[in-house]
Design a protein around this ligand. Structure first.
Ligand SMILES: NC(=O)c1ccc[n+]([C@@H]2O[C@H](COP(=O)([O-])OP(=O)(O)OC[C@H]3O[C@@H](n4cnc5c(N)ncnc54)[C@H](O)[C@@H]3O)[C@@H](O)[C@H]2O)c1
Length: 325
């Protein structure tokens, strides 16, 4: 049976997902919805046999879709998910779930009354390096973690506006928060300091903070810090985490892991894997068979990550620690 997929969004990541999907057996990119007919038709022309739409409800009325990929900016979530739940159409939604808690909470409440399959684009969970990390940390007593996402501000206009992206910690560094939760459990409380140092003076209409340091108290007693910046010059980046345990120190980067213990230092270069393909395969396997066991991040789980990143924003704005609830 060929699965018919609808794409919502015609930007960078919708194209990426559609490219991977169109190379899979038994999967067809059937319909593409954009904010204009022109954008939708342009993208549809690149995926043979697909149809463009400029209204997602019309797309859902006109096509019989087995699943939908939602690849829109953080501020555009809400109606799309609610409509898909109403129509009982499984969806994979890109992270983050929104710019705040209100909209994801509404969606979660509706999802809890259904048994609809969902997946969220926290793709690092599907990487070999994260699976290796989880296994390595599990056989130790973890003390503390430091994580970071240091880089540049993306060119896209919505990213620079607080009301468009939610800011770097909610939009980007959310991946690090999600890996932390996946490996080390739930977060109890956060205290954040954000500042605008450079970008608002260099570029027009920048309202997101460009440096931030967040201290996290985990329910297990583990303490963590996660920092981020988007002021670095092009090509200067650092993304990763360090785990400090009673037996070793583990440096994790998306494509490699280094474990240092008393016997020396072991660097494990892992083979380059494509987590976006594994993520889609897990989701589509669930759509085909009803077996959701391979989905490593669903809406309910991703909501917990959203709670942490939004609590950090609240803490930065209020200047006080905030409980994650
Ligand atoms: N998991 C990852 O590694 C990863 C990587 C890149 C992007 N993303 C996420 O994917 C999402 C989209 O990012 P992008 O880079 O593709 O952005 P983009 O700006 O390139 O594309 C967004 C698209 O959504 C469209 N859009 C906006 N509102 C819409 C609506 N209501 N209906 C239909 N289309 C709408 C825009 O016109 C645009 O085509 C973001 O949340 C981003 O964080 C995830």
């Amino acid at each position: 049976m060929t699965l018919r997929i609808g794409m919502i969004g015609t930007g960078w990541f919708s194209r990426k997902h559609a490219e991977y999907l169109s190379e899979m057996n038994g999967v067809k990119v059937q319909a593409i919805c954009g904010t204009s007919m022109e954008k939708a038709a342009t993208m549809a022309a690149d995926f043979q046999g697909s149809q463009g739409y400029d209204d997602f409800k019309r797309m859902l009325d006109s096509e019989k879709l087995d699943a939908v990929y939602i690849c829109v900016p953080p501020m555009a979530h809400g109606q799309i998910e609610l409509e898909l739940i109403e129509r009982n159409i499984p969806f994979l939604v890109e992270k983050p779930l929104g710019i705040d808690i209100e909209t994801p909470k509404k969606i979660l409440t509706r999802l809890e009354k259904s048994s609809l399959l969902t997946a969220v684009g926290y793709h690092f969970r599907y990487k070999q390096s994260v699976q290796r990390l989880k296994k390595a940390v599990n056989s130790t007593t973890l003390g503390m973690v430091s994580g970071y996402w240091m880089g540049q501000m993306p060119e896209i206009a919505w990213w620079r506006k607080q009301e468009g992206s939610g800011g770097q910690f909610i939009e980007q560094t959310t991946h690090i928060v999600d890996v932390l939760r996946y490996v080390a459990g739930e977060v109890d409380e956060v205290y954040a300091n954000y500042s605008n140092r450079v970008n608002h003076m260099k570029y027009e209409q920048v309202t997101v903070a460009d440096v931030g340091a967040v201290s996290l108290k985990m329910k297990s007693g583990v303490v963590a810090t996660i920092s981020n910046t988007c002021i670095l010059p092009e090509g200067v980046n650092k993304v990763g985490m360090t785990f400090y345990t009673d037996q070793n120190m583990i440096e994790w980067h998306p494509d490699r892991i280094q474990i240092k213990d008393t016997s020396g230092s072991i660097m494990e270069e892992l083979k380059m894997d494509n987590p976006y393909i594994s993520e889609s395969e897990a989701f589509l396997h669930a759509v085909r068979t009803g077996d959701a066991s391979q989905i490593l991040s669903d809406y309910q789980d991703a909501y917990q990550t959203q709670l942490v990143t939004c609590a950090a924003l609240e803490s930065a704005l209020k200047g006080v620690p905030v409980k994650v609830k």
